[in-house]
Design a protein around this ligand. Structure first.
Ligand SMILES: *[C@@H]1O[C@H](CO)[C@@H](O)[C@H](O)[C@H]1NC(C)=O
Ligand SMILES: *[C@@H]1O[C@H](CO)[C@@H](O)[C@H](O)[C@H]1NC(C)=O
Ligand SMILES: *[C@@H]1O[C@H](CO)[C@@H](O)[C@H](O)[C@H]1NC(C)=O
Ligand SMILES: *[C@@H]1O[C@H](CO)[C@@H](O)[C@H](O)[C@H]1NC(C)=O
Ligand SMILES: *[C@@H]1O[C@H](CO)[C@@H](O)[C@H](O)[C@H]1NC(C)=O
Length: 491
C-alpha cells in the first residue's frame, strides 16, 4: 500500500516535471489520436477453437529459428480472452481510435470458410470499442500469414493476392458496417526484407536479393486489388477509407557532398520509395534508381534479367493512386554516406543493391532495441520529404514509440513522446498534412525476434501473472493528458 502510494506520488512528480516551464502548443482542430497493437503480438489463443497455424506459430515453434528469450506468442497478452480489459485501457487513455489487426488464420482458417469463433471474437472486440465510442482501425495483414499459404509459396506466389482479396472481402462484409478505416498491409518493407531476404523473421527465408522483391511485388498487387474491391463494391454504402502503412526511418546524409546526399536519397528510395512510389507518385512504378541499379547489378552478376520483377501496364495502373491516405510508421534515423569501397558483389543482396555505409551518431540516446535510437528531428525531415516527394498527401502516423526494459517509471518513453510530438508539430507548421497520430503500443507485447525482452507499451504487462496484469506507466498518464488537452508543452 505504502509502496503503491509512493510510486503514485513519484509518478505525478515525474509528469509535473515535464510540464512546469513549457509553453503549450496545440494540435490542429480535428487532429485525432490512437494507440496500436497487432494480433500475433497480443492475442495468444494460438490454437483456440478452429484457428489454423500462422507462419509465426510455425516459426516460433521451430527451434531452428531464434527468438531471443525462447518465447512465442502462444499466450502473449492473452487478449483473445482479455480484450475487454484492453478496451478499458484504450478508453482510459481517452483516444479516438484503436488500431488492431485481424488474424487471417483465426478468421478464415482454411482460406475459404469462416470460423464462427473467429468472427465472434472480432465482432465482440469491435462492439466493445464502439460501446466506448472508440473507432476501430483494422489492419488486415500484420505479418501472420496462414501457414498453408506459405506452403504454396506465401507472398512470393502471386496467387496469394487473390487469396488476400477473398479474405478482405469477408472482412468488409462482416465488419464494414462498423469499421471505417482499413489498412491492407503493415510495413511490407520490413516484412519482405526480414522474412524473405534475411531469414530473420517468419517465414524465415534467406533468399537475399531475390525473394524480398517477389514478396514486395505480390504485396503491392494484393494491396491494390483490395483497395479497388472496397472502392467499387463497399465504399458507397460503408463510407470508409482504405490505405496501407509503410515503415521508414529518416536517412541523414553525413555531409553536404553530392555523393553522400545521393546515398541518403538512394536509401529513402529503396526503403520507402520501393512501396510508396508505385502507389503515391504521379508516374507510379518502382523508383527509377531502384530499377536501374538492380538491372545493372543483375547483369553484372550474370543474370539475363533483373532480379526486380516488372509490373505489367495494367498492374501499374491498378496500383497507382490506390490510397485514401498515406500511412506511416516511424521510429528512428540513420546517418548515411557513400560506400567507401563499392563492388558488384557476386552474391546478390538488398544491401548490396542499395550500397551505402550507415551508422548512428554515438551521442544519440539508445533504446532497448539495437535499431532504435532517439532522433526526434528526423521525424520532421522525413515528413517534409514525403510532402515534397508525393505532392503533400494526407499522412496518418500509425506507429511511433520507444522500447525499454523498465517498469512503470518510464521517464525515457515520456521524453521520447514529448520530443517526437514537438517535431511532428514543427512538420505541420512546415505545411505537412498530418491528420492523426498513433502511439505504438497500447501495452508491452511479443516483440518478434526479441520475444518479451523489449517493452514498447504505455501499459506494463506482467507476463508472470495469470491475468497478464496491465498497469499504466508514467507514459500512459502523460499521453492521456496530451490527448485530453490536445496540446503539449513546447521543448
Ligand atoms: C493448445 O496449445 C497448448 C500449448 O500452448 C497445449 O497445452 C494445448 O493442449 C493445445 N490445445 C489444443 C486443443 O490442441
Ligand atoms: C523501419 O525501416 C527502416 C528503414 O527505413 C529499418 O532500418 C528499420 O529497422 C525498420 N524498423 C521497424 C521497426 O520497422
Ligand atoms: C550542410 O549545409 C547546411 C546549410 O548549408 C548546414 O547547416 C549544415 O550544417 C551542413 N551539414 C554538414 C554535415 O556539413
Ligand atoms: C489534408 O488532406 C485532406 C485530405 O486530402 C484535405 O481534405 C485537406 O484539405 C488537406 N489539408 C491541408 C492543410 O492541406
Ligand atoms: C517471471 O518469472 C521468471 C521465472 O520464474 C523470473 O525469472 C522473472 O524475474 C519474473 N518476472 C517478473 C517481472 O516478475
Amino acid at each position: 500500500m505504502i509502496v503503491a502510494r509512493i510510486t503514485t506520488l513519484a509518478l505525478s512528480l515525474l509528469i509535473c516535471a515535464f510540464q512546469v516551464d513549457g509553453k503549450l502548443r496545440r494540435f490542429p482542430d480535428g487532429f485525432s489520436f490512437g494507440v496500436a497493437t497487432a494480433s500475433y503480438q497480443i492475442e495468444g489463443g494460438w490454437n483456440a477453437s478452429d484457428k489454423s497455424e500462422s507462419i509465426w506459430d510455425t516459426f516460433t515453434h521451430n527451434s531452428n529459428y531464434k527468438i531471443l528469450d525462447g518465447s512465442s506468442g502462444d499466450v502473449a497478452c492473452d487478449s483473445y480472452h482479455l480484450y475487454k480489459r484492453d478496451v478499458e485501457m484504450v478508453a482510459e487513455l481517452g483516444v479516438d481510435f484503436y488500431r488492431f489487426s485481424m488474424s487471417w488464420s483465426r478468421l478464415m482458417p482454411d482460406g475459404y470458410e469462416l470460423s464462427k469463433d473467429g468472427v465472434k471474437y472480432y465482432n465482440d472486440l469491435i462492439n466493445e470499442l464502439l460501446k466506448h465510442k472508440i473507432q476501430p482501425v483494422v489492419t488486415l495483414f500484420h505479418w501472420d500469414l496462414p501457414q498453408w499459404l506459405q506452403q504454396l509459396g506465401g507472398w512470393s506466389n502471386s496467387l496469394t493476392a487473390k487469396h488476400f482479396q477473398r479474405y478482405a472481402r469477408s472482412a468488409f462484409e462482416l465488419f464494414g458496417d462498423r469499421v471505417k478505416m482499413w489498412l491492407t498491409v503493415n510495413e511490407p518493407q520490413v516484412f519482405c526484407l526480414h522474412g524473405y531476404g534475411k531469414g530473420l523473421k517468419a517465414p524465415g527465408l534467406d533468399m537475399n536479393g531475390f525473394a524480398e522483391y517477389l514478396c514486395g511485388h505480390t504485396m503491392l498487387k494484393a494491396h491494390a486489388k483490395v483497395y479497388h474491391l472496397y472502392d467499387q463494391v463497399f465504399k458507397k454504402k460503408q463510407k470508409g477509407r482504405v490505405g496501407l502503412t509503410l515503415n521508414a526511418s529518416w536517412q541523414q546524409a553525413s555531409s553536404n557532398s553530392s555523393n553522400d546526399r545521393e546515398a541518403a536519397q538512394r536509401v529513402l528510395e529503396f526503403e520507402l520509395g520501393w512501396f510508396a512510389n508505385p502507389i503515391f507518385s504521379k508516374c507510379g512504378d518502382y523508383p527509377k534508381i531502384m530499377k536501374d541499379r538492380i538491372l545493372w547489378k543483375s547483369q553484372e552478376q550474370g543474370y539475363t534479367e533483373s532480379r526486380l520483377p516488372i509490373f505489367t501496364k495494367e498492374e501499374l495502373e491498378e496500383i497507382k493512386g490506390s490510397y485514401d491516405f498515406f500511412g506511416l510508421n516511424h521510429y528512428t534515423t540513420r546517418m548515411v554516406k557513400e560506400k567507401s569501397n563499392k563492388s558488384v558483389a557476386s552474391k546478390p543482396s538488398f544491401s548490396n543493391d542499395v550500397e551505402v555505409d550507415d551508422y548512428f551518431e554515438s551521442d544519440w540516446k539508445e533504446s532497448a532495441s539495437v535499431w532504435l535510437r532517439v532522433v526526434p528531428w528526423g521525424f520532421q525531415k522525413l515528413l517534409n520529404w514525403i510532402k515534397d516527394s508525393y505532392d503533400n498527401p494526407e499522412v496518418i502516423i500509425f506507429e511511433n514509440g520507444f522500447s525499454d526494459r523498465e517498469g512503470i517509471d518510464d521517464v525515457d518513453r515520456v521524453q521520447y513522446y514529448r520530443d517526437y510530438l514537438n517535431y511532428l508539430l514543427d512538420a505541420i507548421d512546415d505545411g505537412c498534412n498530418v491528420s492523426a497520430y498513433t502511439a505504438w503500443s497500447l501495452m508491452d507485447n511479443f516483440e518478434w525476434n526479441k520475444g518479451y525482452s523489449e517493452r514498447f507499451g504505455l501499459y506494463y504487462v506482467d507476463y508472470n501473472s495469470t491475468i497478464k496484469k496491465r498497469t499504466p506507466k508514467a507514459s500512459a498518464h502523460y499521453f492521456k493528458n496530451i490527448v485530453k488537452t490536445k496540446s503539449i508543452e513546447k521543448i
